[in-house]
Design a protein around this ligand. Sequence first.
Ligand code: EPS
Length: 393
Amino acid sequence: MLRYLTAGESHGKALVAIVEGIPSGLSLCEEDINIELKRRQVGYGRGPRMEIERDRVEIISGIRWGKTLGSPFAIRIENLDWKNWKDRMSIYPGYENKDVAVTMPRPGHADIAGALKYNQKDIRNILERASARETTVRVAVGAVAKVILREFGINIHSFVISIGGIRAEINKRKLEDLINAAEKSDLRCPDPDAEKKMKEKIHKIQNEGDSLGGIFEVLATGVPVGLGSHVHWDRKLDGRIAGAIMSIQAIKGVEIGIGFEAEQLPGSKFHDQIFYSPPENGQIKKGGFYRRSNNAGGIEGGISNGETIIVKAFMKPISTLYKPLNSVDIITKEKVKAQVERSDICRVPSAAVIGEAALAIELAGSMIEKFSGDSLEEMKRNFLSYLEYLKNF
Ligand code: EPS
């Protein structure tokens, strides 16, 4: 079982995570994590905060001489902006200041529901933790999950499909081509024409004091058949993945495979017909059975079927608007305009990288469950014997 907790406020001293259940014997270094942190930070449409932060991880425990120990893995990422917030975010009493309290909730944010739930008269006590800054440390955990997955030939990728209603042309293009193009794009968009229009739209919407959302896709290649299970609701792989992706800040919809696009298709066109060829040429992870389409997105009955896992997610537009919407002051109860906090205009590209982390964590957890590894060696032994079994099925 792979589990983790994160802690940290957006403008607090640091973000931390403890990850439990990483097998021993895994080669891991801070750079494996820093690469992913950097990917999360880039993206046209981010706010000025990203000019302050240079996210880098410090590994505190769970590793010795470059290899994991199987013990809890603790990490820390400093918030460089904290130096500007020391008083407002002090952990000590004596700094209370009604003049800096946030009292005008933003529609769409956790502000009002959180203030009511936790009995807070300063919305900062909610927004600091609701902030997507928390995803920094989730991406760090995801980076570790990716290292585990790569040991078994599983790779995770993502790209942006649409921003503000502008769609990238991705049909009939090879996956490798889409991935390479996305990695070079400021918006993680594999279609340069769409990217140009998206940038123009982000720029326009920024001038109007508004914000934009969009859709991204996350994929996992090389996943073996048999992760997750059909036997219980909480063991279904698609349920776990959807939950993890939905828990990312501002995500409002998740689809597996072709998803809602298939609403008009009859079963005969929707389902992926089954073929067989002797298990060579990469078929070994599916025992020689394969499909020529992948509308199911690599999961059937809550179990991976050996095809690429495909997840799409919709991110709503950022809820902090520079031209704010109507709201009500939580103290005076008067009609006001919502709080304007420094924020991003569009962060769909960074959400795609966070989506990769969420998918990686769920898949690494499922691999650890299936191949029950206290050590990487044990996991690999079990994995190889499973492949042998699939070959002879
Ligand atoms: C966020 C608001 C902005 C974003 C932040 C998420 O931060 P600030 O209030 O400091 O300008 O930049 O995202 C990050 C800091 C990050 O690392 O992703 C919010 O309110 O959710």
